[in-house]
Structure formats: C-alpha cells, structure tokens
Design a binder for this molecule. Structure first.
Ligand SMILES: CC(C)(COP(=O)(O)OP(=O)(O)OC[C@H]1O[C@@H](n2cnc3c(N)ncnc32)[C@H](O)[C@@H]1OP(=O)(O)O)[C@@H](O)C(=O)NCCC(=O)NCCS
Length: 154
C-alpha cells in the first residue's frame, strides 16, 4: 500500500472510490466537495497549500484524506477522511489519520480540527480514540479539536 498526494494520475481511481461512497449513500456523512470529475481534476491540477491524498493498493483507492483551510488563510487545518466500504476495520483510517497529523505538524500547524455528524458513531469513536476533544457543535455536526503537541509529548 502507498499514500500519494492527489495528482492527475489518481483522478480516475479516486472518482471510482467516490462513486462507491455515493452508492452507499455516505455522502451525507462525508462530502468535503462535489464528487464530479471537474472538481476532482481541478483539485488534482491546481497548486495549493491544502493537502489531498489517496491511500492506494494495486492502483485502487482504499482511502481518501485531506487537510484543508490553509488556502483560505486558517492556521488550523480541517481534516477529512473516508475509507472504502470493502476495506474497513483494518486500521486504514487510523493509519491515514496519523499520517495526516504528521503532515499538519510538518506544515507548521499544532492543531487539527474536524466536523463530524453526531450520528456518525464509527467516525466519532475513531476520533475519540485518537485524542480529539469535542467541546462544541455546529447544528448536527460535532466539532473536534486535536492538539498535536499533546500527542507528540504524550
Ligand atoms: C469512519 C471510517 C473512516 C473508519 O474507517 P476504518 O478504516 O474502518 O477505521 P479503522 O479500522 O482505522 O478503525 C479505527 C477505530 O475507529 C473506530 N471504528 C471504526 N469503525 C467502527 C465501527 N463500525 N463502529 C465503531 N467504531 C468504529 C474504532 O474505534 C476503531 O478502533 P478499534 O478497531 O481499535 O476498535 C469509515 O467507516 C468511513 O470511511 N466511513 C464513511 C466516511 C465517513 O464517515 N468519514 C468521516 C467523516 S467525518
């Protein structure tokens, strides 16, 4: 397995992955951007500080992750993640989260935030296990914050 920054090469496999999520009606839980070709190709093509990556095996995308917010001028990036329904409960989300946390640290951010639907039990369990605190909510979404300094020292 490998992790790659999103590039034109990975657009087609990522579109197939997003189509599977859509088929499983999971865009309600995970919908960081439109899932259409034009959007994915734009994300892959345009230079940016925000970071989009795919975890792949034999040319297929098993997981998709991102850190966003730097392009908009925020110091704390927002993390997003999804794993292919056929590849869950194998630790891939946990592995990709650790990778994204280290990416954030290397880019100078000491905290990461995320928003998760209050009914998304599996994602909330994942985030709590990794040390995220959920002190605020925005409507149906819980807002999680992780202090990466704490994680490194702890
Ligand atoms: C949430 C999601 C990313 C988890 O991916 P995963 O690869 O299956 O997770 P992992 O195997 O790395 O599991 C790590 C931890 O997450 C939690 N977890 C994952 N799936 C779970 C489930 N079905 N029920 C309860 N806890 C779960 C557990 O705490 C687990 O640790 P454990 O195995 O020691 O119990 C995946 O279910 C997914 O892609 N869901 C749809 C998209 C989504 O909701 N993304 C998050 C948007 S905020």
């Amino acid at each position: 397995m490998e992790i790659h920054e999103l590039s034109s090469y990975w657009c087609e496999p990522l579109l197939s992955f997003l189509a599977v999520l859509e088929k499983h009606y999971e865009f309600g839980m995970f919908h960081p951007h439109a899932f259409d070709r034009a959007t994915v190709e734009r994300l892959a093509r345009e230079p940016r500080q925000d970071f989009y990556c795919v975890l792949t095996d034999a040319g297929s995308v098993l997981a998709y992750g991102m850190l966003r917010g730097w392009d908009a001028g925020f110091e704390i990036p927002s993390l997003g993640i999804a794993v292919h329904p056929d590849a869950r409960r194998l630790g891939l989300a946990r592995a990709l989260m650790h990778f994204l946390h280290t990416c954030a640290l290397r880019r100078g951010s000491e905290k990461v935030r995320l928003r998760v639907h209050h009914k998304n039990i599996s994602a909330i369990a994942l985030y709590r296990n990794l040390g995220y605190c959920f002190d605020t909510a925005e409507g149906d979404l819980l807002v999680g914050l992780l202090d990466l300094g704490d994680r490194i020292e702890g």
